[in-house]
Design a protein around this ligand. Structure first.
Ligand SMILES: [Zn+2]
Length: 392
């Protein structure tokens, strides 16, 4: 089941997509990766086909036959999911939008398209490419069901085609539901975008319908558990709905953040009144008067007008405690370098990268050797929130 194509989903279930997985192969420079969570769903589907579906619709065959039918059918099912994602990706690439990779994971497939399409008609084409391919596959498998039905004596092949026909029809229908992050949501967004001329507004509406759809799915899941007593199916619906809800929210946040990022600099986001320390004070004084007194874990070290470096709890921790009263901040400080300082004119994306790479969460802002402020991820996020609220 294919669920979403967005650049980045910040939290929750979608963490599944990050950093883990087995690279399979590449198509047109697009890496195909199987996330470890995918092996679970692959085993579940292959297992339920081999042990449940085929034995129930095709009695009196050997276990080996059931297993091979299950594996072959599951293979073509996942190939269908992959081809759907490839269709989105290839159309994106043909329109100059790079696609890094396609990940198969617990809830289906996701193409990591590097940026939002620049205009509504490209958005529409990328969004419709996947469902178009699923429609062709569904038609082909339904055709195969009919053809194998005409030739008697091939019930196994016919049942396999039947499963794939139903699965692709379901993929098509589900993906066309009109809410983000589903393809139908992107179609809806493209249409509203064209009509209103506002990507932000279009994303907002498609994100809201996506969240509403997720809400309906959660209610359906609860009904399935309470009234149909299908606990596994109900929980599965609820999990997918939670994932969809989060991704729908994230799509909107992503668009507003990107807008807010335009032209924003470190100087806009930084804190200007900064508690600094002198290189001459001892670590004992630093701990008592700063770490335990203010709540920061990292301080810029300044002598006169000149920024020397910064000192953090990490720098102090590897000095034995009995030497804190004779060791000075100047002896342990981390000197300033290009990697651990920002300037007030730096852009926000570069600042976020440096903050992440430094691991300190808080970096000094230095203009021409003078400390002008400090900036944290929190400062940047708050500034972006305000900017995105004010944006049209
Ligand atoms: Zn799709």
């Amino acid at each position: 089941m294919e669920l979403m194509e967005t650049q980045r989903v910040p939290s929750g279930f979608a963490r599944l997509l990050r950093h883990r997985g087995l690279p399979l192969f590449s198509v047109m420079g697009i890496r195909i990766v199987a996330d470890y969570s995918w092996f679970l769903i692959a085993a579940l589907i292959a297992g339920s086909l081999s042990m449940g579906w085929f034995p129930s619709v095709l009695p009196d065959r050997s276990l080996l036959q059931y297993i091979s039918l299950g594996l072959i059918t599951a293979f073509f099912f996942f190939a269908s999911v992959l081809v759907h994602e490839l269709a989105h990706s290839i159309v994106a690439v043909l329109h100059g939008i790079p696609v890094r990779k396609i990940t198969l994971f617990l809830f289906g497939g996701v193409a990591e398209i590097s940026r939002e399409p620049g205009d509504p008609s490209t958005e529409l084409k990328v969004a419709l490419a996947g469902p178009a391919v699923s429609a062709v596959l569904a038609a082909a498998f339904w055709g195969a069901v009919i053809l194998t039905g005409l030739r008697s004596g091939r019930p196994a092949a016919q049942l396999s085609f039947l499963y794939l026909a139903i699965a692709n029809t379901f993929l098509l229908a589900f993906n066309l539901l009109p809410g983000l992050p589903l393809d139908g949501g992107r179609v809806l967004r493209a249409i509203i975008w064209r009509v209103t001329g506002s990507l932000k507004r279009a994303t907002y509406i498609a994100s809201m319908t996506g969240q509403a759809l997720a809400g309906v799915m959660i209610i359906l899941g609860l009904f399935t558990i309470l009234f149909a007593r299908q606990i596994v199916t109900g929980l599965w619906l609820i999990f997918i709905a939670l994932f969809l809800r989060q991704a729908a929210e994230a799509s909107y946040r992503q668009v507003t953040m990107k807008r807010a990022l335009r032209g924003a600099t470190v100087g806009d986001a930084m804190t200007r009144d900064v508690v600094t320390v002198s290189p001459a004070i001892t670590l004992a004084a630093l701990v008592d008067e700063h770490f335990l007194h203010h709540h920061f874990i990292c301080y810029p070290v300044v002598e006169g007008d000149h920024a020397l470096g910064f000192v953090s709890i990490k720098d102090v921790k590897h000095i034995p405690r009995d030497r804190w009263s004779e060791t000075h901040v100047g002896d342990v400080l981390t000197p300033l370098s290009d990697d651990n300082t920002l300037t007030s004119t730096d852009g926000i994306p570069a600042a976020m990268r440096k903050l992440a790479a430094s691991g300190s969460g808080r970096l000094p802002v230095v203009d021409h050797g003078r400390l002008v402020g400090m900036v944290t991820r929190g400062d940047i996020m708050r500034n972006l929130e305000i900017r995105s609220d004010l944006a049209p």
